[in-house]
Design a protein around this ligand. Sequence first.
Ligand code: ADP
Ligand code: MG
Length: 326
Amino acid sequence: MKKLPALILLLTMSFIFFSCKKQMSPQIFRAFGTVCFINLYGDGDESAYTEIKTRLMKLDGKFNLHRERSEISLVNKGAKTGPVEVDEDFAIVLETALKTAEFTDGSFNPALGKLINLWGINSDNPHLPLVKDIEEARAHCDWRKIVFDKEKQTVFFEDKELSLDFGAIAKGYAADEIARICEERKIRYAMIDLGGNVLAFGSKPGRQKWQIGIKNPDEPRGDPIKVLSVDGCSVVTSGIYERFFMQNGRVYHHIIDGTTGFPAESGLKSVTIICNSSLAADALSTAFFVAGKGRAVSLKAEAEKIFNEKIKLVFVEEDSTVVSVD
Ligand code: ADP
Ligand code: MG
């Protein structure tokens, strides 16, 4: 009979002990030219955030075209004269970029550096270039002239004017890397949001699903146009509203169609990819935005084969109609 009160006392004490354990609070970092919001759930020490921040900054440093001594800048300079050795992170991103370029026939194109630079898309001064300059730059954007030797982990450009830009894929890789750290550290669940490149990591307690909103392209700061209810996965959107400028009364956004040299006009305001790998989701969201709905839907099965996972799509069309394709 005495055992019961003792047991109740023990249970109460352990409840108090566990509920008093410090919950981690969300943190915000600036990387990849955007705001990165990370929320790790569960009890644990804050050193997970330190490790995540270090990794995030390291990757931002590697793929940052604004830094002269970043790995991508060094490759852009060196690979025109001979093969340049790259590290593991670079090799994974480049290989994924090339295979996405290949099967989307250049809708995703990691060799658009010269054009993107000409438009000043990722600079403080984006502007409409002269048509003759667009044509000149476009002639040096052939991803097939990137020679990647997987064995030796080297890159060589067969075109001396070619230049890489990983703006459409680097955040996806970074999000996967943060998820890997969460897994290693046995974090139960986490929200990893790198400027709209969302990775909902793990399962929430009970049967709760993650609720992830897709921005309304007409009012990105207002209510979402659609809310997805998902288990742990990546949700990545490419849209016209993320980065754009106005000139002569026209809007020019930041996703370029390499076949025209101009911002893609594919009848879409945004496309969202839902799948496990954030790297795949990031590459595919850009690719499918350029490809347009019809081609994207016909490429879906091939994308699933290449990335070896089920992929869902949500399109927001020009007239703001939402179309989901499971
Ligand atoms: P966001 O950067 O808003 O998440 P994306 O993932 O679609 O959107 O990436 C857009 C960026 O990728 C641009 O800022 C540019 O640096 C680069 N980019 C633009 N067009 C393409 C393209 N067709 N293929 C590959 N990269 C692109
Ligand atoms: Mg992308």
